[in-house]
Design a protein around this ligand. Sequence first.
Ligand code: G6P
Length: 625
Amino acid sequence: MCGIVGYVGVRQAAPILLDGLSRLEYRGYDSAGIAVRDEQSAHIEVVKAKGRLTNLMQMTDSGRAVSGTCGIGHTRWATHGEPSALNAHPHYSKEKRVVIVHNGIIENYQELRESLVRKGYTFSTQTDTEAAALLLDSYYAESSAPSPRERALEAIRRMMIRVRGSYALGILFGDQPGVLYAARKDSPLIIGRCEGENEGHVLASDVPAVLGYTRRVVYIDNLEIACLTREELHIYNIDGEELEKPFVEIRWDAAAAEKDGFEHFMMKEIHEQPRAVRDTLSPRIREEEGGRVIDLSDSGMTDEALSGVRRVLLIGCGSAYHVGMAARTVIEQLARVPADAELASEFRYRSPILEEGTLAIVISQSGETADSLAALRLCRERGVPTLAVVNVVGSSIAREADAVLYTWAGPEISVATTKAYSTQLAALYLVAVKLAALRGSIDDAREQALIAELLALPEKIERALADKERLQWFANKMAACRDVFFIGRGLDYAISMEGSLKLKEISYIHSEAYAAGELKHGAISLIEDGVLVVGVATQPELFAKTVSNLTEARSRGAYLMGLTPYGQYAIEDTVNFTVYVPRTEALFATSLAVVPLQLLAYYISCARGLDVDKPRNLAKSVTVE
Ligand code: G6P
């Protein structure tokens, strides 16, 4: 979703802003803009364009046409007001006294708008952000603080108290050359210090935007304000007290966010799965005298706390929710603890019953998804212990949860998640086996066998990837189809949900996941010649039943693809095309079966000539509710 970049320093700002914004393109956006101030003329130049960043680059000769060493930039994902150059950020007040870029939503913007109109302000866009810009302008004008900086800080503080909603803001004041302000509530913001030829400070909503310039960053927390100049950085709380905040070193570098010879980030990330799953599993498996043990102490979750768990809630959105659906079965089967998967956006609004002994596991790649964060907060308010399974270090969910089990996927750029999904699953297998061992619901031999199987997963994922040419051939054949159903039972239904989501996200083909047994209760009426049905059958005890459901679909004209482990060759009697994955413990089969489904979606998207990494209307990190 929306991205923010800011720079103040010795270099020309516009090329840095455009470069930073290009690193945030993966988040999804529909328009972009920059504001740069020229020190000589005190003029702030604002340039905005609808569509891809290339449009803005063309308009500014890649930034060369806009001169100045201090500026802010933004990629917008429309919420209030259509995607257009007018509604794109930066937004500003008269004579550009206040110029802002904003991520998040100002919820009470209507009310603010009305009261500002009464004060004589006029609005020229349909955005919620403009209300924040003009409110800030009015407070800035009203302030009688002695210096411009104090006036700005006072105005920002008053605005933060007055607005409801979420925001990360980058702010320029027309009469303060060389100074950039920032403020945050519930939307991420970091500041990096640049040295050498780029000397100065950079501001961004996400790490990739600053990696080309620095690896030393400060995370701005909720209700904090920052003031940046070329040499100085000051951070204040909402009471105006200055804070001492540590710089942290980002471990991954810019190269991790490059395509590495692959045509798309998605394909690169699909291929990184063996490494990412290994990095997530191996450091948490220790050799001891009696055998291997799972050690989750890096998460901050103690064995004692885990032993007391009587119910598990797995909460997430999108693919993270699908991970929860699979993990729920694995946890219940192994640890015999009731487990439920919950959509974060639904969970919050039904006044959930949270008994003692519940552990809430919040799953999120970005650690910033608004609904997941709100669900986490709800659990915390209600005294339920929380464990975050998160990829982005230092993200809001990671920081607010009681314990964090990081997935070591590395930066994921493609909007459609692949390696983050796989590592979340791996992390939750660890939790499931650990819980089972602590509760004594599995014996030592089973525990050792499960751990051995976990360690074998990366190599098996590698083997699942080896079949990609056949999938590419099949995808080319299927690229024109209009409807696809993914069916399976139990864990295979959870895999179907993810396979279907991948396909619709990036190929724009209508697809649905159906619990195989439910097909005949409704969706079978939609099956006709030319519909593709993908049957997932990794669970031995459900194999025959899913194959029967496939047969029912075939009788109505469906074209069938089967997905099953090697050895289950009987499926070929029923389906038109089969994909086999290596055999593993049935409870872990999701990790292997998902790979061909990712590849299928990828190749179909390529065959249709679509923008694989940046599908229309979607955002990588959904920071609005
Ligand atoms: C968006 C992304 C999905 C992701 C979901 C949850 O919809 O496009 O790929 O699964 O958000 O994101 P999170 O960062 O919380 O895992």
